[in-house]
Design a protein. Structure first.
Length: 488
């Protein structure tokens, strides 16, 4: 499909005025195209050759709309740091509509599009720094096999926008299977709009749970909650396995279908630090890396409460009780793959826990250690692993490797095949914050080549890319614990 053939529909706006507000975007001044994502073009069924089409600048800055587009600011609420906030909604973004690619709808969302009725005291803008971080993050998680929103194109401008300092304004077109958040359901529940809440449940089930469409409202709501519990458990297990911290797991940042949503002050682990806090505004550590599973369950409880008008307390509790076993099962499977284990043994959980304790005691780089372990063949001394741990932890490392060797003996797997499989489970490249900042710094000076390089690496993070070793290196000390704020 050519870009000129793209036409949008807008089933969400069809739900009615209770769901949001139609409003035109405010175009950026002096826009220029930063990048178009060929992988997302392919996802949408648009010819990759269209990446060079100059029309993207106008579409991406809000000056021109796709045929059929009806820009729509969605209304929702949510719990922010555990406190309910009724005044939320799309304050700087507009849902343009959706593209249907062979029966699979993809929604387009213009971020940085200007003020809406839900902007509160905001300016409705995004800056180049934050759009680059989101642009890269969607590809980073997708490349790792973790469900995520993505971005189609990125447009910069000469328009000044005030954050902690004056920065240049930018927009991106976000692509997602759905932009419905936990907070959408909370809004209708807390404002006693139960008919609209039922509409939203039916709409979501029709899109993602067609088998539940013919059920009564109460059973649809229950089926939706069970689905979201499963998808959220799978999502969080993925985050924990790769060392990804979201940073702001408010209920308005949680996708009803379990996709990673709303990238702000996120971070991948460098040194293994379970209590890693990537958001410098998170003074209590509510959203620390090791707190994410518990926070996800807290958020699911908030969603369940929003569905309590349709589902009994007993059934809500039963739905929520499925979260922990599913999370444990999914996480264990991912960690066995990282360790090269095909069979499941009861002792595997302890083997994994002991390794994580070793990594914490050693302040070892999480990504580099597992990548090095992917090449381990039982050698002593295990030099590649020793290089990633301090001398004082070498004895503990050898003790763990002894247990690991015995476990591999029981597995009785071919070493070469195991190493190859582990290299597809342990990435060489992750989106470290210092790399993102490196790309942002060069982009702000007008050089987008590092952005393109890093994007390519993140889209195939398990490949060797032998000429890009510096992008896989551990960060300098100055690159660790970089202060990342919600404006990111």
């Amino acid at each position: 499909m050519k870009l000129s053939e793209v036409t949008l529909s807008h089933h969400y706006a069809d739900l009615g005025d209770a769901f949001g507000t139609r409003i035109a975007p405010t175009p950026l001044e002096n826009p220029h195209l930063v990048h178009v994502n060929p992988a997302v073009l392919q996802l949408l069924g648009v010819d990759e050759s269209e990446a060079d089409n100059p029309e993207w600048t106008q579409l991406g800055c809000g000056k021109k709309l796709f045929p059929g587009s009806r820009p729509f600011a969605m209304k929702y609420t949510g719990h922010q740091f555990g406190v309910y906030n009724p005044d939320l909604g799309d304050g700087r973004a507009l849902l343009l509509g959706e593209i249907d690619n062979n029966g699979e709808p993809w929604e387009l969302h213009l971020k940085g599009a200007g003020k809406t009725p839900y902007s509160r005291f905001g300016d409705g803008r995004a800056v180049l720094r934050s759009t680059i971080r989101e642009y890269l993050a969607g590809e980073a998680l997708t490349g790792l096999g973790i469900a995520s929103t993505r971005a189609l194109c990125l447009v910069g401008s000469g328009e000044p926008v005030v954050r902690e300092k004056i920065e240049s304004g930018a927009m991106l077109i976000r692509v997602a299977r759905s932009h419905i958040r936990f907070g959408h359901f909370e809004h209708f529940f807390y404002t006693h709009q139960l008919q609209a809440l039922q509409q939203l449940i039916e709409f979501t089930c029709a899109r993602f749970l067609p088998e539940a469409q013919s059920l009564p409202a109460s059973e649809q709501a229950e089926a939706l909650l069970r689905y979201t519990v499963r998808q959220t458990a799978k999502l969080v297990a993925g985050w924990q396995s790769v060392g990804f911290a979201h940073g702001v797991l408010n209920t308005d940042n949680m996708s009803i279908i379990g996709d990673t949503f709303d990238y702000g002050p996120y971070g991948f682990l460098d040194d293994y630090e379970p209590g890693f806090i990537c958001n410098h505004s998170d003074y209590t550590g509510r959203y620390a890396f090791d707190k994410q599973p518990g926070v996800a369950l807290w958020n699911l409880n908030a969603l369940a409460h929003a569905l309590s008008a349709f589902v009994s307390t007993e059934k809500l509790r039963d739905c929520l009780e499925a979260f922990q076993p599913r999370l444990t099962e999914d996480y264990a499977a991912l960690m066995r793959a990282k360790l090269g284990l095909q069979q499941e043994e009861e002792s595997d959980q302890q083997l994994c826990a002991d390794l994580l304790q070793l990594l914490e005691n050693s302040a070892a780089d999480y990504t580099l250690f597992f990548r090095a372990l992917s090449h381990y063949r039982g050698e002593r001394p295990a030099e590649a692993l020793r290089e990633l741990t301090p001398v004082g932890q070498h004895e503990a490392l050898d003790q763990w490797l002894d247990h690991y060797d015995h476990r591999l003996e029981r597995e009785n797997s071919d070493c070469q095949q195991r190493n190859s499989a582990m290299l597809t489970a342990n990435p060489k490249f992750v989106l470290r914050n210092y790399l993102a900042q490196k790309v942002i710094d060069t982009a702000e000076s007008g050089d987008y080549r590092p952005l393109r390089t890093l994007l390519d690496l993140l889209q195939s993070p398990f490949d060797e890319h032998p000429h890009c070793e510096t992008w896989a290196a551990a960060p300098p000390e100055s690159g660790k614990h970089m202060p990342i704020s919600c404006s990111s």
